[in-house]
Design a protein around this ligand. Sequence first.
Ligand code: AMP
Length: 144
Amino acid sequence: MLVQQILKAKGDGKVVTVKPGTKVSEVAQTLAERRIGGLVVSNDGETVDGIISERDIVRSMALRGANCLTETIDEMMTRNPVCCTRQDKSDAILARMTDGRFRHMPVVEDGKLVGIVTIGDVVKARLEELAMEKDALEGMIAGY
Ligand code: AMP
């Protein structure tokens, strides 16, 4: 399965981004309101400058205390995150996310952000694929 099929199944919603310089408290609020775990950091909504995850915020709070909520995300975000394209295979990006221990991957085409896939999206798509394969095999065995 290709990344583009996963994006299509998710619906072609615009990726939520946040600008560099945004306060950590604002990002935490957006993550909570939208019920997501990470945001692409982008100045223009197209170029991927970084990614900020709930884990980055929790780590900073553990290290430096709740004061970090009033700081900007700039020091906290991961710069140059690993990205994929619509043509990448889901198995390959699942392996990349598992090896790298991260759950979000921006999808980029010609240097522009076109989507985001999470490990949850990939696992869901894979489970659906396996269920269809199982039904097809059972059908073949049963002879219809
Ligand atoms: P996550 O599991 O995606 O919530 O993020 C775990 C850690 O990996 C955090 O420090 C993120 O900033 C970082 N991270 C998230 N996505 C990526 C990515 N695509 N490439 C590199 N690092 C990432």
